[in-house]
Design a protein around this ligand. Structure first.
Ligand code: CA2
Length: 154
């Protein structure tokens, strides 16, 4: 079974507990449950991981090399700062989706830059929790392959 890793960056463990105006009322464990269930429907094994530490995220990506077929990542604040996570993502030659709950382009200018944007397959931003299932569906679609007629274009 194909394995997908979902990485949640710093402070996302606080989802549903603070700032509902930006991030909604759903908790991280509810999002994880949703992703595992959607993964089952798609025939994918989903593992989720959250860390508040840049180095732990880098180590998790390194450890996943060769063991996963797709990645969904919300790097949270590290999106805008982390060359280290960008460099780690460059080690992976698999479909990768960067996802943000909020529309970062409607927010402060410092959130408009992503160190990941040209390393990942694509970005999803501003659709709340639904963005995570969109991201998983996008990875599944690519993994189905272009020759099935259901996969990515080209
Ligand atoms: O919109 C997103 O998903 C972000 O990645 C969230 C990050 C932010 O730094 C990015 O610019 C956009 C912040 C995550 C903080 O999560 C919290 C959740 C609940 C309460 C407080 C923070």
């Amino acid at each position: 079974m194909k394995q997908i890793l979902v990485i949640h960056g710093p402070n996302l463990n606080m989802l549903g507990k603070r700032e509902p105006e930006h991030y909604g009322r759903v908790t991280l464990s509810e999002i994880d449950d949703l992703l595992v269930r959607r993964g089952r429907e798609l025939g994918l094994l989903v593992e989720t991981f959250q860390s508040n530490h840049e180095g732990e995220i880098v180590s998790k990506i390194q450890a996943a090399m060769g063991n996963i077929q797709g990645l969904v990542i919300n790097p949270a604040a590290y999106t805008h700062t982390s060359v280290a996570i960008r460099d780690a993502l460059l080690l992976l030659e698999i479909p990768m989706v960067e996802i943000h709950l909020s529309n970062v382009y409607k927010r402060e200018p410092f959130r408009h830059h992503s160190y990941m944007r040209d390393v990942v397959t694509g970005q999803i931003t501003g659709f709340g929790v639904y963005g995570y299932t969109m991201a998983l569906d996008a990875v599944a679609n690519i993994l189905q392959g272009p020759d099935t007629g259901k996969g990515k274009m080209g």
